[in-house]
Design a protein around this ligand. Sequence first.
Ligand SMILES: [Zn+2]
Length: 154
Amino acid sequence: MICPFCEHRKTRVVDKREGNDVKTIRRRRECLKCGRRFTTFEKIETLDLLVIKKDGRREIFDRAKLRGGIIKSCEKRPVSAGDIEKIVDESEAELRKINASEILSKKIGEMVIKRLKKLDEISYIRFASVYRQFADLSDFEKELSKLSKGLKNK
Ligand SMILES: [Zn+2]
């Protein structure tokens, strides 16, 4: 398990308990290098789902990849590793509920976007632009200028 703060590879488990369902194990870990603590939710069963990409190609749903995308969007933003893990967990739970064998990547993007939007607008816009939720660049710029106006008024 890699530390989300300093990327050190050695951590120790300080607490372990079952997650909200029996398929997850929640572990509280401490980094042996920087000493910071974080929580991991380890899945016993993986989600058997094909993601349909924009160009029609399919790939197996990859939780780590989804988390990686969110982490990138939240870079240098006040969003904690725990917040990100929560978004991934909730989106995955939503996917389990749909119980489909295939899903459009856009749909997964929307699940993340609606949660990220409540947390941090900059991260949300970054993530949305990656998932191409904006029809074209002018939509994206409109959203950005709306946001910067909002910040100025604060
Ligand atoms: Zn660390």
